[in-house]
Design a protein around this ligand. Structure first.
Ligand SMILES: Cc1cc2nc3c(=O)[nH]c(=O)nc-3n(C[C@H](O)[C@H](O)[C@H](O)COP(=O)(O)OP(=O)(O)OC[C@H]3O[C@@H](n4cnc5c(N)ncnc54)[C@H](O)[C@@H]3O)c2cc1C
Length: 371
């Protein structure tokens, strides 16, 4: 595309910092850079008409891990690593709430619950057995016991009569969070160009040259926050993982309030605007869901509807209003990748299923990679 002299001068000249991706990480990175370098010229490039990965698609759980998830994490990571992961999520949520304010993101501390299917006897048993150990393990972070088993009061069926409650879990309105983050970034004079795909970049002496689907230009430093799409710029080993979601129409007198985890976190649901938002089911077909293509499949959507009918809303008539998907970035390790890629290029990717919790601090850590 032949840009005008004015377009080049105002938008694409003397750029100090360019960020690829306007998800929660990219936007927080931009904010932190602006705080540290108030006079810098910062540009964000985003391939979607809106942020188009996971940050505007997620379920809005402000959580740090369910009991079974923490037990499982301890099988694959050391105790110190797991405590560090949980601390990062708690600190990240604090930073998110501090940056935008609870009103702007509609933060509600309604608590979180882990449900166990009747058929999942062994998982239930191991969680009951390990409850005390895990509470002790988490004591240094919370100064109190985190998890407790409670009677099922929400009328769920096909699950154990008790579920595991965590009073520290909350929920946010994802749309409000991203809208307010975008407003904050733009109010500081940071420019965002949408519908602009970064295709490649190359290092020069003190600059990085970027090629997009519309133009090429140079920047002093480049920050890549493309999470599930990281492989496309060849910066880190991140597997894309599609996550599908549905939402019901409003349900009168809906008693269910809180965030809920089922089958070790493979399914999750919550109340929002008198509706139930339900997601998950990647474990039914990992191979197909290992994609950067958005889309819904019959297999997973049918399973989600089935869960609503049999387990979550067994005695309530409901209609599905809408379905969508988002793309996460995952890997064998749960730890995100925040690193220097080359002299003037940095990345913060692989946020897994916890980006609401850690996204703000990963954005900050990414910005902190330069001195
Ligand atoms: C359905 C679903 C439910 C989830 N639920 C929760 C939850 O309840 N709680 C929680 O903590 N986390 C949840 N997550 C995870 C969380 O949403 C993510 O971890 C987080 O949003 C990742 O943020 P990010 O900024 O790293 O990536 P993204 O939000 O994916 O941002 C990356 C951006 O980069 C852009 N991009 C990619 N490549 C290019 C390119 N070449 N050029 C220009 N732009 C590019 C993309 O369009 C995208 O906007 C969920 C995720 C999904 C999909």
């Amino acid at each position: 595309m032949n840009l005008s002299y004015w377009e080049i001068k105002s938008w694409l000249t003397s750029i100090d910092f360019t960020i690829v991706g306007s998800g929660i990480v990219g936007l927080n990175c931009a904010l932190q850079l602006k705080y540290r370098y108030p006079n810098s010229k910062i540009l964000i490039l985003e391939k979607g008409i809106l942020p188009q990965g996971a940050s505007t698609k997620n379920a809005g759980f402000a959580c740090f891990g369910s009991l079974s998830e923490i037990i499982d994490d301890l099988k694959h990571h050391s105790e110190i690593e797991v405590l560090e992961l949980i601390k990062k999520r708690i600190d990240g949520l604090q930073l998110l709430r501090k940056t935008l304010g609870d009103n702007a993101i509609d933060y509600q501390n309604l608590g979180g619950y882990e449900l166990f299917l009747d058929s999942d006897e062994s998982l239930y048993k191991s969680c009951v057995e390990k409850l005390e150990d895990i509470n002790q393990f988490l004591y240094p972070l919370f100064n109190t016991e985190v998890f407790a088993f409670k009677e099922n009061n929400f009328g769920f069926k096909n699950i154990k009569s008790k579920y595991c409650f965590n009073p520290f879990e909350g929920q946010i309105d994802t749309g409000k969070m991203m809208d307010s983050l975008l407003n904050k970034v733009q109010s500081l004079g940071i420019k965002i160009i949408n519908h602009c795909i970064v295709e490649s970049f190359s290092e020069h002496v003190d600059t990085v040259k970027l090629k997009t689907n519309h133009f090429t230009f140079t920047t002093k430093k480049l920050f890549i926050a493309t999470n599930g799409f990281a492989k496309q710029l060849d910066i880190a080993t991140v597997q894309p993982a599609r996550a599908q979601v549905l939402i019901t129409k409003p349900i009168e007198n809906l008693p269910i309030k809180g965030t809920f985890h089922l089958e070790e976190g493979y399914y999750y649901f919550r109340n929002i605007d008198n509706r139930i938002l339900l997601g998950g089911g990647r474990n039914l077909d990992f191979k197909t869901e290992e994609t950067t293509e958005f889309g819904e499949t019959e297999l997973i959507q049918n399973k989600l509807e089935d869960l609503l009918k049999t387990t979550i809303l067994p005695d309530t008539t409901f209609e599905i209003d809408h379905r969508w998907s988002g793309i996460m970035g995952v890997g064998k390790q749960k730890k995100p990748i925040v690193k220097q890629v080359s002299n003037n290029v940095f990345c913060g990717v692989r946020l897994g299923g916890m980006g609401v919790a850690i996204g703000s601090s990963i954005g900050k850590s990414l910005a902190d990679l330069i001195d």
